[in-house]
Design a protein around this ligand. Structure first.
Ligand code: NAG
Ligand code: NAG
Length: 127
């Protein structure tokens, strides 16, 4: 049987803000701290495959009539809905200490192309 592990869907998130606030300067020569303009972190998605309930961080919760919730559907996973609670790390290593959780869902919404919509929260518990 083909092991269907969408193992470590590693997502690199780069958030670059372009806001340039113009602070009011009360004192001459006062320097405001430089704003953080870039955040880089990784979240690790291990989808349930029928054998990894202990380690899985994601589960198929909805599938089309021709599929099931154990294995992602064949062509572009169309119709599958997956809920996840993934660890977030500072580097590309699942075993690094987590700094938070990425929690939400994704849906595969196109039959012809491999594409997905994601909706989630990042919950950080570390400075
Ligand atoms: C869970 O992950 C550990 C470490 O990566 C691995 O040794 C173990 O076989 C995994 N267990 C399952 C049920 O996949
Ligand atoms: C789910 O679908 C896959 C692929 O068609 C199949 O191999 C597997 O046996 C199915 N599992 C269940 C629990 O129906």
């Amino acid at each position: 049987m083909r092991l269907f592990i969408s193992y470590l869907l590693l997502l690199l998130i780069t958030v670059a803000t372009t806001t340039s606030a113009t602070p009011t300067r009360h004192r001459k020569n006062y320097r405001f701290p430089k704003p953080c303009k870039k955040l880089v972190f990784y979240f690790h998605d291990i989808i349930y495959n029928g054998h990894n309930a202990k380690n899985a961080t994601a589960a198929i919760v909805g599938a089309p009539a021709w599929g099931n919730t154990t294995v992602l559907t064949g062509k572009n996973h169309f119709g599958d809905v997956v809920v996840f609670d993934d660890p977030i790390t500072m580097d590309n290593n699942l075993h690094s200490p987590p700094v938070g959780r990425a929690q939400g869902f994704y849906i595969y919404d196109k039959k012809e192309i491999f594409t997905a919509w994601l909706g989630f929260s990042f919950v950080f518990n570390s400075t």
